[in-house]
Write a protein that binds this ligand. Structure first.
Ligand code: BTN
Length: 252
């Protein structure tokens, strides 16, 4: 791997065939990277998902991509960021001919009620300083059935959503450009400019849902997000906002 790295790694784009985790690769290099630096891999030996789960990362069939972003406004401004990233991915895929891509709060991409991609935002930084974010996405493109057998929830592939599947280079390039533009917009304008876009893409808008919070389960009708990025759930007590604690924080 070291030999491959010396050929393929540069400051802002690292294409690495085999890696532990593209998120970890960027987190390990936070001080040396410009905003927008990307790591893409063919295979992750220790791909990770939210809540400490494993992210199944078979060779060659999916996209594993992470981007570093230095958020000058600090950690508090990172709230809602994964929602914005979901919008960016859905719109990027749409621009490549994939119809019917949806977002699921707080940070999954769905197609026909099944998971197509997941987003993991990890962050380091000190209170009062710029936040160092690593935004990772795992996109199922053509995951073989037998590889995905162990995945608990329903999942699907981009092949299902496209008449003509874009090449992986084109896919990566489009996602990278859209993500960088979206993060720049988010830094300038915050979440406000994205709420309507997110709600329009919401897979569960106006549908009954359950929120699982450890042993607690709350049921209601999903009514989109508010300007804090909280999910609005209509319950017997009225419209209740729920904030998702999805961003992991690490000390420098
Ligand atoms: C989830 O839905 O649980 C989030 C999954 C995020 C997976 C991606 S794959 C690229 C990047 N590297 C990782 O180790 N994880 C993210």
């Amino acid at each position: 791997v070291e030999r491959i790295l010396s050929h393929t790694a540069c400051a802002d784009l690292s294409v690495i065939p085999v890696i532990d985790s593209t998120n970890q690769y960027l987190l390990d290099r936070v001080g040396q990277l410009p905003s927008g630096a990307v790591c893409v891999a063919e295979y992750q030996q220790a791909g990770r998902g939210r809540r400490g789960r494993q992210w199944l990362s078979p060779f060659g069939s999916n996209l594993y991509l992470s981007m570093y972003w230095r958020l000058e406004a600090g950690m508090a401004a990172a709230m809602g960021l994964s929602l914005v990233v979901g919008v960016a991915i859905a719109e990027a895929l749409q621009s490549l001919g994939a119809d019917g891509i949806r977002v699921k709060w707080p940070n999954d991409l769905y197609y026909q009620d099944k998971k197509l991609a997941g987003i993991l935002v990890e962050m380091t930084g000190q209170a009062g300083d710029a936040a160092h974010l690593v935004i990772g996405m795992g996109l199922n493109i053509a995951m073989p059935e037998q590889e995905g057998e162990s995945i608990e929830q329903g999942w699907t592939n981009l092949t299902q959503a496209c008449d003509t599947l874009p090449g992986r280079n084109q896919l990566a390039a489009t996602l990278i450009a859209k993500l960088a533009q979206t993060l720049t917009d988010y830094e300038e304008k915050g979440l406000d400019g994205f709420i309507e876009r997110w709600n329009r893409l919401d897979n569960f808008l106006n549908r009954p849902v359950k929120l699982l919070m450890g042993p607690r389960v709350v049921e209601g009708i999903a009514r989109g997000i508010n300007n804090q990025g909280a999910l609005l759930l209509e319950t017997e007590e009225g419209l209740v906002p729920y904030i998702g604690g999805e961003i992991s924080l690490r000390g420098c």
